[in-house]
Design a protein around this ligand. Structure first.
Ligand code: DLL
Length: 434
């Protein structure tokens, strides 16, 4: 397999050297926040620590955690660690509740972010001759502009389409001969449906770079089959920088975290204690070089695990598994933990009979949690006899029971009846919370 690097010396750096670099950067960033962000000074004073207590990367566990609530409490600019005149870009993300979380970037922050995205693109085989169709939203969301700058940096041509107007997107992809598509995986599925419906083909398309929401490996295979491409995962969050915190290489065996700038830990979401290497838990990041809004041990709420083995591609940067879901997305149904990704893998396994369009509804009826999963039938199944449809429904119900360890009502709905999304999709209605 052909392996390309944006900067091999850094991406394949021996881990002992990396640890030294991380330690040095951690020391600097802790000093910066202690001196410039009142919230961090308060938190560190409460723990009786000063920047002098931080000397190596292993000292990181002495530091306090940061949460989204901290950002909200300091809305909009209370966590900036530099003078406002040094800020050249502001992004924000809305999340499910409450105020926006606002982040500010200095020129150096934008430069680092841009380089991280360029690394991600090169790692999956994007070339300077490529044409990259960016259908992530442009605006306060970091997807569009994040990918955009990275594409320009590595010398490919960016088509900044943003989200929306699916028919126009398809026409432009065809006419401009895009070989790379960037968008959310749910939008890629929607685009794929439209391609099939129009009986068109996109013969130049080779690579898909998808992220901003959880998606399973089963979904990856389904998208790859639809378009005849290789589909790669890219991860990030605006609080840490945006897309490019980590991303796949050509081996698709975990996303390499750009550890020279973002230090990952996995903690137990309940006890908040670090977990052993390789255990699954909540991902926490410390930004090692940020100036605008450096964050110390930021709780992402994303659940994954880390693999420290050197990858076949030669990169030494740790790999994170596909995100299984978010702490706050995990459904607790009759006491059992259910991740939407488990549901998705059963649905995609039944492809051909059903489409990867689904919606999860949770309710409480007579004090009992009830889980319903609505799934779109394929056109073929929809036109079949009722008894065949019922057989498929029962089959999926059985598979779901084995996967989740609890009963779920499967409702097969007609094709094209569930909502589609141009950005991040919401696949859950939890009526218990309404
Ligand atoms: O979603 C940044 C991004 C844009 C990443 C484009 C990739 C591509 P936020 O809007 O701040 O930033 O949302 C961050 O989205 O904590 C995860 O829960 C989720 N997320 C992002 N990428 C992935 C992914 C952008 N590849 C939140 N897989 C994160 C699973 C993802 N979840």
């Amino acid at each position: 397999m052909k392996v390309n690097y944006y900067d091999k010396k850094i991406e394949c750096m021996p881990r002992e050297e990396l640890k030294i670099l991380q330690g040095k950067r951690l020391k600097e960033v802790v000093k910066r926040v202690y001196e410039n962000v009142p919230m961090y000074r308060k938190k560190m004073d409460a723990l009786n620590i000063t920047p002098d207590d931080i000397n190596t990367i292993d000292d990181i566990v002495k530091l306090p955690l940061t949460t989204k609530q901290d950002l909200r409490d300091n809305y909009p600019f209370g966590m900036f660690a530099t003078d406002r005149k040094n800020i050249i870009r502001i992004h924000a993300s809305s999340g499910t509740t409450g105020k926006l979380t606002v982040v500010g970037y200095t020129q150096k922050d934008v430069d680092v972010w841009t380089e991280m995205v360029a690394r991600s693109l090169v790692a999956v085989g994007v070339k300077d001759t490529s044409t990259v169709h960016v259908a992530f939203g442009y605006g306060l969301f970091t997807g569009g502009l994040g990918l955009h700058y990275g594409v320009e940096k590595m010398g490919a041509a960016v088509v900044p389409v943003s989200s929306g107007n699916t028919q126009r997107q398809l026409a432009l992809m065809k006419d401009f001969e895009a070989d790379v598509l960037c968008c959310t995986p749910s939008y890629a599925i929607h685009l794929g449906d439209e391609v099939k419906k129009a009986n068109m083909s996109l013969p130049k398309l080779k690579i898909g770079i998808f992220g901003a929401e959880p998606w399973t490996n089963e979904m990856r295979e389904s998208i790859e089959k639809t378009f005849g491409i290789d589909a790669y995962d890219i991860y990030g969050l605006s609080e840490i920088t945006g897309p490019g915190v980590s991303s796949d290489c050509v081996y698709k065996d975990g996303m390499h975290i750009n550890e020279d700038h973002f230090y990952p830990e996995i903690i137990d979401g309940e006890t908040l204690q670090p977990l052993k290497k390789g255990e699954a838990g909540e991902l926490v990041f410390t930004t090692l070089s940020k100036e605008g809004i450096p964050l110390i041990r930021y709780r992402t709420r994303d659940i994954t695990k880390l693999n420290y083995e050197v990858c076949e591609c030669g990169r030494t940067f740790v790999r994170m598994d596909k995100v299984y879901g978010r702490n706050d997305d995990m459904l607790i149904i009759r006491g059992a933990n259910v991740f939407p990704s488990q549901i998705e893998s059963v649905i995609v396994d039944a492809s051909g009979k059903v489409e990867p369009h689904y919606h999860i509804v949770v309710d409480r009826i007579n004090n009992l949690d009830v889980l319903e999963i609505q799934i779109e039938m394929s056109q073929d199944l929809f036109s079949d006899e009722i008894s065949k449809i019922e057989k498929v429904r029962k089959q999926i119900e059985g598979n779901m029971q084995s996967m989740l360890g609890l009963g779920a009502k499967i409702t097969l709905v007609s094709p094209n009846s569930l909502p589609r999304s141009e950005g991040k999709i919401n696949r859950i209605t939890d009526k218990r919370k309404l």
